[in-house]
Write a protein that binds this ligand. Structure first.
Ligand code: ZN
Length: 449
């Protein structure tokens, strides 16, 4: 293959990838709804004693020296072991200075997240559960995003330092937090002051102009595309999801060893968010269901002046990603609201596929590999079970469509109940896999000894 051919493919992929973002870059919507049924059926979590709520500031002040050592070790490990890693600049290393004034900022710089993150003390209330008259906290106190969608439908209850709380609530609440702005604006071309400090270079893919667009390379991992795709577009390897998982896992292990169980569970919940993202087919594959040869063909046509097939493919994949996620969210939320614990999603989350033990290669070699393989079947099922306009009309932009609000009714009207059943079975398969991934990680973290 000659050079101009590769350049052509790279141009196509770049075009594809700048369209990631917007509403669909979250993978699963409302992660706590997925993780509750999994954790509830694990005695090591469900029966764990309550832990004392502590602010991040208190935790950091108590653990400053130990954290400095631990983070230095984690950075050395990441440089050695993570492919396409972007080393943390040395001047951002967390150093124990004893200064309480800037300790939060020093910590956020060292773990390279948006320094404006909120870190409130709260927990996420599952739909259909009564808050017992406790004080509700606004989602705007939890996230740095100013345009909220799903979060406005959830209830969050305030916690206070020193209170006791069940670990399952800490894990499940924390499990959504990486979508509250942690990974926004981290690249040097994102027009943020922290992006210029963090050493992640220019944004590899994802649309920098969309609210969620800049987090894409931290929540997606492309490891299993054909070699020709990576040869043409080596930047696809620059994803940072393995870094996030290892960093938060290491922080959690440190906190547990130090007897700081609240932060142990909270950091652990963050790591599990990223692991969960990879189990979603649209987060482990560039264009699910489109072969490398087809990508090349439609791009060649575009190069000689017929860009329509290429533009259509990009729009369709973006629409399907959004519709898939919306169906998952609506159907799962509905099961909670109705107390339908026999729903196939809940059953799938309670019944994992056969376990594989967790190690640091697991996110890539188990989670992303399985989910990449599901790309084709996902596309096929969506074509069969979803209203045509939403997933097969390239002139239609689905992300702000009114049809999404009543997606389930719309599906029944066009495809009958088989549509709902077919999509439910498709996603239930992913949920059984997700259940196993979560369990393996929890087992590695909490049942090691
Ligand atoms: Zn995510």
């Amino acid at each position: 293959m000659n050079k101009s051919f590769f350049r052509a493919l790279a141009a196509l992929l770049f075009f594809v990838l700048i369209l990631f973002g917007g509403r669909q870059a979250q993978a699963w919507s409302e992660h706590p709804l997925l993780i509750y049924p999994v954790l509830k059926s694990m005695p090591v979590v469900a029966n764990a004693p309550e832990v004392e709520v502590k602010s991040l500031l208190t935790f950091l002040l108590q653990e400053e020296e130990g954290l400095a050592r631990m983070l230095a070790g984690q950075e050395a490990w990441a440089r050695e072991n993570i492919e396409a890693y972007a080393p943390r600049p040395d001047n951002l290393a967390f150093v124990a200075t004893g200064n309480a004034e800037d300790i939060l900022q020093r910590f956020f710089y060292a773990i390279r997240i948006d320094p404006n993150v909120k870190m409130a003390l709260y927990h996420h209330l599952p739909p259909g559960v009564d808050g017992g008259g406790r004080e509700v906290i606004s989602p705007y106190e939890l996230t740095t995003l100013d345009k909220l969608t799903e979060m406005l439908h959830s209830t969050y209850l305030r916690l206070h330092e020193g209170e006791l709380i069940a670990p399952i609530l800490v894990l499940a609440s924390a499990n959504n937090e990486p979508d509250y702005g942690f990974d926004l604006g981290l690249f040097e071309d994102n027009n943020t002051y922290w992006g210029k400090l963090y050493g992640f270079g220019e944004q590899t893919f994802g649309n920098p102009n969309l609210p969620y667009g800049t987090q894409a390379p931290f929540h997606m991992g492309f490891y299993h595309e054909p070699g020709i795709v990576f040869a043409a577009a080596p930047f696809l390897k620059r994803t940072f999801v393995e870094y996030r998982i290892n960093l938060y896992q290491t922080l959690a292990e440190y906190a547990f060893a130090a007897g700081q169980d609240y932060w142990g569970y909270r950091f652990m919940g963050w790591a599990m968010h990223y692991l969960g993202d990879l189990s979603m087919p649209y987060h482990s594959s560039v264009l699910p269901g489109v072969s490398a040869l087809r990508m090349i063909w439609i791009n060649l046509k575009a190069m000689i002046g017929f860009p329509r097939s290429r533009d259509n493919a990009v729009q369709l994949v973006s629409n399907r990603h959004t519709v898939y996620e919306q169906f998952q969210w609506l159907a799962l939320k509905d099961a909670y609201e109705k107390g339908n614990w026999e729903h196939p999603f809940i059953k799938a989350l309670e019944n994992p596929v056969e376990a594989k033990p967790y190690d640091h290669t697991f996110p890539r070699e188990v989670v992303a590999r399985e989910s990449y393989k599901k790309g084709k079947a996902t596309t096929r099922a969506m074509k069969r079970y979803m209203p045509k306009k939403l997933i097969s009309d390239p002139k239609f932009e689905v992300s702000d469509a009114a049809e999404l609000d009543n997606l389930l009714d719309y599906m029944v009207a066009e495809k009958g109940p088989e549509g709902i059943e077919g999509m439910t079975a498709l996603i239930a398969e992913r949920f059984s896999a997700y259940s196993m991934h979560t369990r393996s990680f929890v087992t590695a973290m909490l049942e090691r000894n």
